[in-house]
Design a protein around this ligand. Structure first.
Ligand code: GLN
Length: 476
């Protein structure tokens, strides 16, 4: 149990110093998975390769859970979809190669909503993941398997992907740290695309320092990925200890209205008081277009999905349906059989938003709003160093509730899609518990490429809040 509660930074330091045998951490975490994952369902596939024999590097001997939409050449990569359920990619995602080079051990592949579409991990084609803090509740999504794995102590680190909140919202629901980096900070090569102008890979961890450590390893230019940035990768871990002076923090008023649950509001207000107590100034900020974030996100993301998922047609990817009548029927039948209901819903919405006659009304309009949002954020960041608000208007919800009504599920992303629409970095940091004892998280956005100060602020706030950080043992 003690090993399970070490941070990734501590494990790597012990392995490098020879105080922990190589593979010892991998074995300890694997035993915990074997004991408790039957109740949680965080993993779709476990790694049966041995951990590195002579691990070296920043993540030496550290187990990392990887979301199953990130390619691994020795394990299936399913995106939790029937349409590629047996897919073994011929290559590793860049982030996976970087983990291995840093001495990490990939412990397994985690569950998600099919192709990342959902907010509870109940839209996985295989099985739902449960929240380790309360097994009757959802862990959030779509990176619910990664968030649950970190929360339950199945790995100190996990990778998720975030298109509209899929790192931050499950991190909030499970009470762990989640970071969506600036668009382009982490290469997407080997990430199964959902909506490529939004998608970004990022860390889920139990504290801000481990998030800095993991980001350090995965960030940086990749010539195979056209949208990855050539900017240098700063030393995020060193930045945590740097004194940046005091900041001006803006609470986005559009995201702090009556739709936010009282327990969530109280948690955020407590965090804001802590920020003030260490000298930062907190004021109200306005992003008038913020209230359009949800429809704008769904129109544009579904449109991108529609073109992206065209490749799954029973030819190059996906099993071919039997008993078809001609090529068009073959594609239609293969897709109808391979995709789940939520994916089909999004394909229909995307096709509609792009169709002749509706394209200007929906897709073009959403792109115009997206541009307005960028302008409004640029103006707000002239005035403020950070913008904050809740990650989610509510805490972890019961399984089999929101999945019955797509609109209720979409409301889970009401605050998170905005950061993806404008490409800005955003941190989900636990800041307390509501009246039912469920975790509440504060959402902190910074200027682009400012993950150093973003993580440093998160680290300071974490020290002030001093919340329990130990792995949660699921109570069956
Ligand atoms: N929950 C959001 C959606 O369903 C975001 C998903 C994601 O970030 N991958 O689209």
């Amino acid at each position: 149990m003690d090993l399970i509660n070490l941070t990734a930074a501590e494990i790597a330091a012990k392995v490098r110093a020879g105080e922990l045998a190589p593979g010892e951490a991998a074995d300890a975490f694997r035993r915990r998975v074997d004991a408790h994952d039957a109740a949680v369902g965080a993993f779709l596939c476990l790694n049966d390769r041995d951990a590195p024999a002579t691990p070296d590097g920043p993540l030496a001997g550290v187990p990392v859970a990887v979301k199953d939409n990130i390619c691994t050449d020795w394990m299936t990569t399913t995106a939790a979809s029937r349409i590629i359920e047996n897919y073994r990619p011929p290559y590793n995602a860049t982030v996976v190669d970087r983990l291995l080079k840093a001495g990490a051990h990939v412990i397994g592949k985690t569950n998600l909503d099919e192709f990342g579409m959902g907010s509870s991990t109940e839209y996985s084609a295989f099985f739902p993941t449960k929240n380790p803090r309360d097994l009757t509740r959802a862990p959030g999504g779509s990176s619910g398997g990664s968030a649950a794995a970190v929360c339950a102590g199945f790995a100190p680190l996990a990778l998720g992907s975030d298109t509209g909140g899929s790192i931050r919202q499950p991190a909030a629901m499970c009470g762990v740290v989640g970071l969506k980096p600036t668009y382009g900070r982490v290469p997407r090569y080997g990430l199964i695309a959902f909506a490529p102008s939004f998608d970004q890979i990022g860390p889920l961890t139990r504290n801000a320092k481990d998030a800095a450590l993991l980001l350090q390893v995965i960030a940086g230019f990749d010539p195979r990925e056209a949208t990855s940035s050539r900017r240098d990768v700063p030393d995020y871990v060193a930045a945590l200890e740097r004194d940046y002076g005091t900041f001006k923090v803006g609470l986005i008023r559009e995201f702090f209205g009556d739709d936010v649950a009282p327990g969530v509001k109280a948690g955020i207000e407590n965090a804001l008081r802590k920020l003030e107590s260490i000298g930062h100034a907190v004021e109200r900020a306005a992003i008038p277009s913020a209230s359009w974030a949800l429809p704008t996100y769904y129109v544009t993301a579904c449109a991108e999905t529609y073109s992206n998922l065209a490749r799954y047609q029973g030819v190059l990817f996906g099993p071919r349906a039997d008993g078809y009548d001609g090529p068009a029927d073959m594609v239609a039948k293969s897709r109808a059989r391979g995709f789940g209901g939520e994916v089909r819903r999004r394909l229909a919405a995307g096709a509609y938003a792009l169709s002749i006659g509706y394209r200007d009304r929906y897709y073009a309009k959403a792109q115009t709003i997206r541009q307005h949002m960028r302008v409004q954020f640029a103006a707000a960041f002239e005035q403020f160093d950070f913008l904050v608000y809740p990650v989610s208007p509510f805490t972890a919800f019961k399984l089999n509730t929101r999945n019955l009504d797509p609109q209720l599920m979409y409301l889970a992303d009401i605050f998170t899609g905005l950061a993806n629409l404008v490409g800005l970095p955003a941190l989900s940091l636990p800041c307390g518990f509501d009246e039912e004892g469920l975790p509440v998280a504060i959402h902190v956005m910074s200027r682009p490429w400012d993950e150093e100060r973003l993580l440093a602020l998160g680290h300071r706030l974490e020290l002030e809040l001093a919340l329990p950080r130990d792995a949660v043992t699921p109570q069956v």
